[in-house]
Ligand binder design. Structure first.
Ligand code: NAD
Length: 388
């Protein structure tokens, strides 16, 4: 069996990489960018740094400041208009996964028209979009290297998963220093998101030798550094490793897919506005426990890569340590339960059927080592509620 790998053609990685944005534009033969970002990036001075880098090489740019966290289709449409009526030859996505996903969707709709519904799975986005240079400012989603964008349909509250090689950013600038300003809560959520990507890519039914290496390397980088990166915002070494881990986890899952955690996480995010990484964290222990026996060896490898076990102890003991660590991590990083987050119990239970259908329709649960029935997905949602 072969594994098809897609990733950006150009990456600039390391402290200060942000200032190479104009060089990157030159390599892509682009000169008229629209920066797709948010007000936070402007307030932090990051937008100005990009503008200065461009101006130094005689390039002007437009700015779209109104991307939203967990973007809806409505939130990106003004930028689509701006691109269609303007003179832009590329997009610079500056921000977390939300800004990068927004840019991918803007680049798609501006080039090809239609609605995001038209492009959600099972459609495969092979359409070439306006070139995107992705500059992540969180260490989490890996969107800078993935063939994925997730846009919410504001009418139905569905988080639409859109995938295909057309959505790969043309270039990525991965500068961990941009993550030094991430607030602790967001650093925790995004970090667990990255860990979940690595674990799910490794146990996915679509895993392969190439993505296994990215996933294991990502776990080795993320797990021992996550707590420090969250609790010591100025810890450059931990932040750098977390950022590289998040990007490698992105490469792994973009090519091997995610699984049940992500499938069940998107409906929670869409219906109850729980940030993506946080809903993954809420689900990760229960879903791992459900899946573990179907892939004992692979989960034991995860435990070993995360530094929880050596080669001498049994796989069974390694996965027991993994389960303890996943619950402890949530406690240490103060991941709230569903009820502590403020979700209404009656509303949650009334949506279980819909959420289970949406989770299964995304296709991600089919990649899980243990593929659940709809009834089992509902039971798992119930268990996640009661465990909290
Ligand atoms: P985010 O982009 O939603 O950002 C959360 C908040 O953090 C925002 O208010 C943002 O302004 C702020 N922020 C970002 N960087 C900051 C910094 N350096 N300093 C201070 N504040 C900062 O968070 P995210 O977790 O990176 O992205 C979540 C989105 O990514 C969701 O919509 C999710 O569905 C999507 N996602 C996409 C993929 C993919 O492959 N395309 C994968 C996973 C998740």
């Amino acid at each position: 069996m072969t594994q098809r790998i897609v990733m950006p053609g150009l990456m600039e990685i390391g402290a200060g990489a942000l200032d190479k944005v104009a060089d990157m534009m030159g390599l892509l033969a682009c000169s008229q960018p629209l920066i797709v970002t948010d007000q936070v990036m402007s307030d932090l001075g990051y937008v100005k740094r990009v503008q200065n880098s461009l101006a130094a090489q005689g390039m002007a740019c437009g700015v779209f400041l109104d991307t939203e966290p967990e973007p809806t289709e409505a939130s990106i449409l003004p930028a689509v208009d701006q691109v269609v009526t303007g003179q832009y030859d590329c997009l610079i996505a500056l921000g977390g996964g939300s800004a990068i996903d927004s840019a991918k969707a803007i680049g798609l709709l501006a080039q090809h028209g239609g609605k995001m519904q038209d492009y959600k799975v099972p459609h495969v986005v092979t359409e070439a979009i306006l070139p995107v240079i992705a500059i992540p400012t969180t260490a989490g989603t890996g969107s800078e290297v993935t063939r994925v964008t997730i846009i919410t349909d504001q009418e139905t509250d569905e988080k639409m998963l859109c995938m295909g090689p057309g959505l790969i950013p043309r270039a990525a600038i991965i500068d961990y220093e941009l993550t030094l300003s991430v607030p602790a809560r967001i650093a925790a959520d995004t970090g667990i998101d990255a860990l979940t990507h690595a674990m799910e890519a490794y146990v996915s039914g679509k895993a392969g030798v190439f993505t296994d290496q990215q996933a294991l390397a990502a776990m080795r980088l993320i797990a021992p550094n996550l707590r420090q990166a969250v609790n010591q915002p100025g810890n450059h070494a931990a932040k750098e490793k977390l950022m590289l881990g998040a990007t490698m986890a992105g490469m792994a899952f973009s090519n091997a897919s995610v699984a049940l955690v992500h499938g069940m996480s998107r409906p929670i995010g869409a219906h109850f506005h729980v940030p993506h990484g946080m809903s993954n964290a809420m689900l990760l222990p229960v879903i791992t426990e459900f899946s573990i026996l179907a892939s004992l060896e692979r989960y034991a490898d995860c435990a070993r890569a995360m530094g929880l076990a050596d080669d001498i102890i049994s796989d069974q003991e390694a996965v027991e340590r993994l389960m303890i660590e996943l619950r402890q991590l949530n406690q240490d990083l103060k991941v709230p339960s569903l009820s502590a987050f403020g979700i209404d119990k009656a509303q949650y239970f009334s949506l279980l059927d819909t959420m289970a259908e949406q989770a299964l329709a995304s296709g991600s649960p089919n990649n899980n080592p243990r593929v659940p029935s709809k009834e089992q997905v509902i039971e798992l949602y119930e268990k996640v509620w009661s465990e909290g």
